[in-house]
Design a protein around this ligand. Structure first.
Ligand SMILES: [Zn+2]
Length: 125
């Protein structure tokens, strides 16, 4: 068995936020079409209940705020997916990708960024 790293240990938050911040999907929030409310990030669903519905075999005991489960984006027999219960971030250690709740929802639904965010907020597209 290969030991896998189960979540970013120490500087959680910062490196992740920088990486996410560099993605082009951010910054396009208020362009073209229906706007997202200014406080949309604070209105996203609770990560735990969100992921619970979409991730198979999601663990019950968080480790450092992270739970492991089966990644829905690849044929996963090893619970390669880590999701964070406070900020909603996710990482697939099998190499699918990592991101935040919205990027997970985009990938899960195939929706573009704003439509995915609006759906998460329960708004009509
Ligand atoms: Zn995966």
């Amino acid at each position: 068995m290969i030991q896998k790293r189960r979540g970013p240990g120490g500087n959680r938050g910062h490196a992740r936020a920088d990486r996410l911040g560099s993605r082009q999907v951010y910054g396009k929030i208020s362009q073209n079409g229906a706007r997202l409310p200014d406080d949309w990030r604070s209105r996203l669903p609770d990560p735990k209940s969100y992921y619970r519905k979409r991730v198979a075999k999601l663990g019950k005991t968080p480790h450092d705020g992270w739970l492991q489960g089966h990644c829905p984006f690849h044929e996963d027999r090893n619970a390669s997916l880590s999701v964070n219960l406070s900020h909603g971030g996710w990482t697939c250690f099998a190499g699918c990708d990592s991101g935040d709740l919205v990027s997970f929802h985009m990938r899960y639904t195939g929706l573009p960024f704003k439509a995915a965010a609006r759906e998460l907020l329960g708004l009509r597209a």
